[in-house]
Design a protein around this ligand. Sequence first.
Ligand SMILES: [Zn+2]
Ligand SMILES: [Zn+2]
Length: 341
Amino acid sequence: MKKLVLDSVGVPPTFKFIDIDIPKISDDEILIKVKAVGLCYHDLLISEGVLRRGVKDELVLGHEFSGEVVEIGESISDLEINDKVVCTLTSSCGNCILCATGQEYNCQNAEGFGHGRDGGLSEYIALKRNNIVRLPNSFDIIGSSLIACPMAVSLKALKDVSSVEKGEDVVIFGAGGGLGIHAAQIANALGANVIAFTSSSEKFEKINEFVEQIFLLEDYLEPSEIVFSLTENKGADVVFNPIGASFFENSLNCISNKGRMILLGQIDSSLASINVAEILFREISILGSVGANVSHINSVINMISKKVINPVVDIVPVQNMPDAITLLRSNSVAGRIVLTF
Ligand SMILES: [Zn+2]
Ligand SMILES: [Zn+2]
């Protein structure tokens, strides 16, 4: 079988296919034939050498992947050959107190797929039972690669961390990106009134298929003026900021008194300048969120089954990885680039 290895880190990075034997599984493992792998900004940061800490040598990228079961370890009885599955984001152990209490993303024994250990850009991968979640047979296997990240990641951030309630006004910045386009749908499904912004005119129409209130960010436009005019001068209850410091002030300006800003995604370490008094006197909460647990993955599966949210993909064959990296870097694709085998 072939796996795609990150050969040299840089701009642009280089990759090479390596031929290896198909992994032999142990009693508690499942062999998955990988079908689709979402290309996350995290993968770009590793490829270009921006993210280095804890990154494995000769890494196979990809923490967003789906596939089909082709072999099942003897101790596993709740899966069948050809079942469709999606992978969790890390190799959580399934045995520690964090795993036992539904916080497996924080498992101390785990490594991130496509980071500390090899990820999904491989024809086959052997995984523990607790690192895969079974999908309904009717699911599209390519779109399903996005169920854990970015979909469950967005759900956790909006529902659990930001506590978005029905009827609240939610601003989504970066609405054309992999996180944003799914977060906008999820906020909508949670009953929020979504106000989305993108800086990309190319992505506008695609986003508009999923979000009614979408605005193009132009230099002369102050997003908070739009938000306040659409919320009877209240401001947004929640602002989803997957961009970071460069949108911190814009985000703060859009928030209502007692509102929340949720930061997530591959935000860099740039500094933001804030008026601390504004946070205090307006009782604003600044929140952060990473990862997602199996419960979030199952909630996303449920929402896709009910057709209230949909994965948004742009398919690129895995052989064209360099093109996919260029596309991701150019920030020109609406939704997520998904590599297929
Ligand atoms: Zn991701
Ligand atoms: Zn654990």
